[in-house]
Design a protein around this ligand. Sequence first.
Ligand code: AMP
Length: 190
Amino acid sequence: MKYYILFGPPGAGKGTQAAPMAQRFNLRHISTGALLRAEIAAGTALGKEAAVLIEKGCLVPDEVVEGMIESAFNAEKEAVGFILDGFPRTVSQARDLDALLARRGESLTAVVSLIIPDSVVKERIAGRAAIEGRADDAKPEVIENRIRTYHEKTEPLIAYYKETGKYHEVPAEGTIEEVGARINELVDRF
Ligand code: AMP
């Protein structure tokens, strides 16, 4: 199995790029944010707990997202691999992912890191708010908190993955097609 992490700040285009990437390479797209939003929409206990944190732009507990990732891995029968979008988001999630993959006799294939400045991130999230109607995209203070959380908790993963030699950067400015072509070129190599 192939295991790709699509990495980057909120608004970098991870969800947008994961869909065509999944189709092209027969990978299953797992977005922890989308799975959490589905729990919220279904009104589950997990969804209610997560909603409070997501609405503030905070992270949900590691064990919650890790449980969802493991179930998604176990449920897959057809694809040749996975694209993880929005996971891992902390160094402890990354360590737990390594351990989970090792237990399955697998390892990470590559980290595809979308590089984009904060100013463009803010523009993209504002644009997406109008289209997708996500509550956490609508409030400036929540967007600020998500960007701050990214820098504090998620950005340290770059150093973590650079050490593994599996970390690859892709400039994420430009059209969806331009960025997609850069990603395809990279994924073709692994
Ligand atoms: P996203 O759709 O990836 O932007 O995620 C939306 C929100 O879901 C985030 O702001 C977090 O509150 C929560 N979330 C998604 N993935 C994770 C994760 N791996 N760890 C903790 N919280 C997460």
